[in-house]
Design a protein around this ligand. Sequence first.
Ligand SMILES: NC(=O)c1ccc[n+]([C@@H]2O[C@H](COP(=O)([O-])OP(=O)(O)OC[C@H]3O[C@@H](n4cnc5c(N)ncnc54)[C@H](OP(=O)(O)O)[C@@H]3O)[C@@H](O)[C@H]2O)c1
Length: 557
Amino acid sequence: MAVSSGLATTLAAAKMEAFSLNSSLPQASSSGSMSLRAYLAPSQLRPFPNPARNNFRRRAMLKGGLRCEVAASSSSGDAVVETAEINIDLDRVSSLSALEQLKISASDRYTKERASIVAIGLSIHTAPVEMREKLAIPEAEWPRAIAELCNLNHIEEAAVLSTCNRMEIYVVALSQHRGVKEVTEWMSKTSGIPVAEICEHRFLLYNNDATRHLFEVSSGLDSLVLGEGQILAQVKQVVKVGQGVVGFGRNISGLFKHAISVGKRVRTETSIAAGAVSVSSAAVELALMKLPESAHATARMLVVGAGKMGKLVIKHLVAKGCTKMVVVNRSEERVAAIREEHKDDVEIIYRPLTDMFSCAAEADVIFTSTASDVPLFLKEDVKDLEGSRFFVDISVPRNVGSCVNDLENVRVFNVDDLKEVVAANKEDRLRKAMEAQEIITEETKQFEAWRDSLETVPTIKKLRAYAERIRLAELEKCLAKMGDDIPKKTRRAVDDLSRGILNKLLHGPMQHLRCDGSDSRTLSETLENMHALNRMFSLETEVAILEQKIRAKTSQK
Ligand SMILES: NC(=O)c1ccc[n+]([C@@H]2O[C@H](COP(=O)([O-])OP(=O)(O)OC[C@H]3O[C@@H](n4cnc5c(N)ncnc54)[C@H](OP(=O)(O)O)[C@@H]3O)[C@@H](O)[C@H]2O)c1
């Protein structure tokens, strides 16, 4: 047990660390407004700016007039010239009101962020059931929720994972802080829970941490019963329902599809889901273990007691393929209700308590789970029964007297035997959860690499468009010089020539932007190439695209 609690503490500590790290990020205040700190760009909070910012871009910014990153420094000679220009700009800045400056710095800030994957959630670990049930969104409403979320100014893609244990929203946010604020306000509006209360119980995870969390969820590592399978089915359902929904976009659907394969991989490679972890399932598992495999389908099963535990035993027996059983109970009502629930799967024969010994005589396995405070089976009740059998007694106080175990042809397992099995299985699952973390680390890297590879697409498009603009301009100049009366054939030849030169020149850079695994180039090399090309040709891909997207969204309204 010491091992298990140690492992549990490690897992819990890792999770808490993620939460506390994120809680140090600027967040919406309880009133829903952002703190001043949240509005300021990191460069503005730092006493010294990032020296890596390149001169080329700085000059372009300075030419363009006021930008808040005026403090960009450099050790190179031309920084002196720029400092003079910067001072002029600073004079202009100081003439603006503080509010104006804040607004400008804020808009500048968010266009510099890369779109992020953010998980905003409340789960069984962070929020009480009263909150979770108000936040829950039924499956039929998921497409509407995705559409509403994507209609928010800073949200581009979305998915909703709403189960009885968690309400988690995954988004691609064009700005982390504004995105979180908008989603939290949306959650407040749909649930009627004040923003402050949601903030108190929610967790926020960004990019790698969000990816990792979803992979843990789909693997059952965030579930109360480690490795349980229901959550994987629920993650699959998110993908099924999301198909064709516009806001369930490439990044988020990619994330959820990857989470499904991680969930499957973890279960297959670690067999974390093996081994019963509840008393009732352990009772059934133990019974089947004691029977020869060939007898599983034909063994005569008797369940004594049809309360909560009896019902669970019946459920696990049905899940293991049992098609017929006898249930003894004081009253018939509960048995009738269980029979109704499983009417398509199993034949349940009810017998009153007075028939208990005759039923036991005809059973191979007897499960006892009543609230009787005196034993129902004693040595003298069992000793004359023909054949061998075993009892699985999950009652406390016990329904089967310990003296019964003295009989040659009878074995009795009680709740302590089962608890030992359960504890061993739980410990085993914790060990497997540690193995699963290694798989999840590997898969998180793979997913991030895939996401990064999507980044080169805008650069490819922009570089081609940039080159095409130059080609067309130069072609036009050339044709103008050649006069109006040049034959079509010559025009086409010149056009082809310009295209040929362009394609040949672009071939190399395009090859170096490709990361489809067709050559040995690593992803980091490709990304370095991408950043170099962005710098060289001033493509400013991310900024421009984010800016365009935000503008397009706000202007639609
Ligand atoms: N609940 C748990 O998590 C849990 C876990 C491990 C072990 N257990 C043990 O499992 C046993 C059953 O628990 P439960 O949660 O299923 O209780 P429950 O839902 O209250 O059901 C009690 C069952 O016992 C029957 N019963 C009550 N008094 C009886 C008596 N004097 N003689 C014969 N049958 C009697 C009831 O029959 P009627 O339907 O006719 O009332 C009913 O089938 C208890 O000993 C409990 O300690 C429970």
